[in-house]
Design a protein around this ligand. Structure first.
Ligand code: SUD
Ligand code: ADP
Length: 289
């Protein structure tokens, strides 16, 4: 089967909650979070070449190719596995950047998983996740692809299947720097660690939300609007917010009424990411040949 030009999904995630429980000496924050995988995101295509160049054919405006997490992930894997082949990569970007829904990290994870398969590097998922951690705290969860509880700096993962709810995910049209929020003196960093088994949406929160709302009124106003209709919260360090909807209709209906300047999408929560589903299908097909 020709596998080079297939679409590889690069899904978004939500942090259904985000508790900051401490700070390590290196400045990174210890957190507890529930990462919910979504069935919506970007997609990537890869063409394998005989020379070692890694070419991103669809640059992101404002992000130099050598800084793009896709190119960095491909280069990291190529060097780690001593691969002499290269690739051309096409990105279909649908997710807002700096939105707390993990677009860049997910692109990096999809690149690692796809090229591990296409270049036949034979790294295990655990090895790929470990490699991905060098690129960002959120990359491992996308490599594993499970809806999961996370602790540590986000790299200690426990699969935690959730009811597959519909979400409205909304972005107020601004980008928020993760480093900026984590470096802010007013960020609370002392939430008591909790037992995963006690998780309920109502008894959790996002420790970054209050600070982001105070510094970005667009986020505060949008959250206020959403809360009129459904249980809602900020994801990650913002700027995106999500509303937990009763069904797809309610989510689509809310989407059609969004305040001016806001953009959103409706997505369903999944327990295994579309990326892992794709990989499983490819591996099963390989075994039947
Ligand atoms: C907190 C989360 C929740 O999903 O925020 P979002 O980025 O999704 O909004 C993520 O774990 C973020 O992961 P990621 O976006 O990969 O962060 P990184 O690139 O590793 O780090 C960006 C910056 O955030 C800070 N950082 C990140 C993660 C963490 N546990 N503690 C930190 O202090 C560090 O200052 C780092 O320089
Ligand atoms: N492939 C990529 N997709 C998105 N952002 C990228 C990518 N590569 C590098 N970046 C940089 O990472 C930053 C954070 O992007 P993103 O992961 O989408 O946000 P968040 O971590 O808030 O979900 C962007 O502002 C951009 O400068």
């Amino acid at each position: 089967m020709a596998t080079e030009l297939i679409n590889w999904p690069s899904p978004a995630k939500l942090n259904l909650f985000l508790h900051i429980t401490g700070r390590r000496p290196d400045g990174y924050h210890q957190l507890q979070s529930l990462f919910q995988m979504l069935d919506y995101g970007d997609s990537l295509r890869f063409e394998i070449t005989g020379h070692p160049d890694i070419e991103l054919m669809t640059p992101i405006p404002g992000v130099a190719n050598q800084d793009n997490l896709i190119v960095r992930a491909a280069t990291l894997l190529q060097r780690h596995s001593d691969i002499s082949k290269g690739c051309r990569i096409w990105l279909d970007k649908r997710l807002p950047m700096g939105g707390g829904i993990g677009g860049g990290s997910s692109n990096a994870a999809t690149t690692l998983v796809a090229l591990n398969y296409l270049w036949q590097c034979h790294l295990s998922t655990q090895q790929l996740a470990q490699l991905g951690l060098q690129l960002g705290a959120d990359v491992p969860v996308f490599v594993h692809g499970n809806t999961a509880f996370a602790s540590g700096v986000g790299e200690t993962l426990t699969p935690a299947p959730q009811p597959q709810k519909f979400f409205l995910v909304v972005n107020p049209g601004i980008e928020i720097s993760t480093a900026g929020i984590f470096g802010h003196p007013d960020l609370p960093r002392d939430t008591a660690p909790m037992d995963w088994r006690d998780y309920q949406f109502e008894n959790t929160h996002n420790d970054c939300q209050k600070l982001v709302c105070a510094t970005h009124p667009q986020v505060a106003n949008l959250l206020h609007w959403l809360l009129e209709y459904a249980p809602s919260r900020m994801t990650g360090t913002g700027s995106s917010l999500f509303a937990i909807c009763d069904n797809q209709n309610q989510a689509e209906n809310l989407l059609s009424q969004l305040p001016e300047g806001c953009h959103g999408f409706v997505a369903q929560g999944v327990n295994q990411s579309p990326l892992q589903q794709k990989l499983d299908r490819l591996r099963n097909a390989d075994q039947t040949i």
